[in-house]
Design a protein around this ligand. Sequence first.
Ligand SMILES: Nc1ncnc2c1ncn2[C@@H]1O[C@H](COP(=O)(O)OP(=O)(O)OP(=O)(O)O)[C@@H](O)[C@H]1O
Ligand SMILES: [Mg+2]
Length: 345
Amino acid sequence: MAGISSIFTSDMAIDLGTANTLVYVKGRGIILNEPSVVAYHVKDGKKQVLAVGEDAKLMLGRTPGSIQAIRPMRDGVIADFDVAEEMIKHFMRKVHKRSTFAKPKVIVCVPYGATPVEKRAIRQSVISAGARRAGLIAEPIAAAIGSGMPITDPTGSMIVDIGGGTTEVAVLSLGDIVYARSVRVGGDRMDEAIISYLRRQHNLLVGDSTAERIKTSIGTARMPDDGRGAAMQIRGRDLLNGVPKESEINQAQVAEALAEPVQQICEAVMVALEATPPDLAADIVDRGVMLTGGGALLGELDLALREQTGLSISVANESLNCVALGTGKALEYEKQLRHVIDYDS
Ligand SMILES: Nc1ncnc2c1ncn2[C@@H]1O[C@H](COP(=O)(O)OP(=O)(O)OP(=O)(O)O)[C@@H](O)[C@H]1O
Ligand SMILES: [Mg+2]
């Protein structure tokens, strides 16, 4: 019987990120990966959803007054409850076509620092989006499983997940969290740093998507050796006369713009190391630190972290997918990983 019912349910694991939402379906892997963005218009005081995900992201920063495109997740937790629920429903329906048969079981990862109220909000959204059961897993554990770290060993491992909204630093041993800390610095903060740098130094106003493009194309955490590095053309509005202007930006400038968020990430790692019991800290010195999340892809961030902390640093394969893959693995191997999933807090 179990075999038959599993054909008709799609139990799933969801990484509900500030920037991207990924859905892993049991037995199939990651089958949805879209920006966590919803566009809606307000009619008679009610929000009507117009677009979700990729389609909605295209509208960010480009909507007329009657339409809003927003990111319902902020700092890794739900900021706009109604809109987040619509988004979860939309994505769950998209992957769960045979919804007439059975309601799926869903595991969602939550930031380590999420409060009980925030956890309940996420659980309720998933249930009202049609889940039969909703389990939660702490994001650093999911990231560690997804990056292939041997988390159940009696050895300390450090994982640093740099997402859109937050950076979570965690030390794990024997499948559980020994120390974790979440700082509100991630890809969004890097984009903001680029925007404010261009405003101050170039009198140029650029939007979020241009800032993100600069970061992902030529962004770097370290000064280039030649003092300049690669450059790219960007467009924005000249703040002096209000007209569109084209300008060039190089890697040295981006490194300067990103110095503060990069420094904050380094400090979070140092603080975690200092707070880790000595034997586990020694394990981390031996085994190094694993970086996951989209922010881990920032150019030379691994090198900058190595220089500042003296630790050896690796960037996980598929760093953008680690949390979803780890949450998915917890779903696939639920018997063995039972203790990391929380069904009822
Ligand atoms: N090559 C790259 N260089 C720098 N940053 C990148 C790169 N690719 C993606 N990013 C950034 O990674 C961030 C998204 O990462 P990720 O999908 O891990 O976040 P998230 O899980 O949605 O957020 P959170 O975990 O904070 O809720 C975005 O800010 C994006 O701009
Ligand atoms: Mg994330």
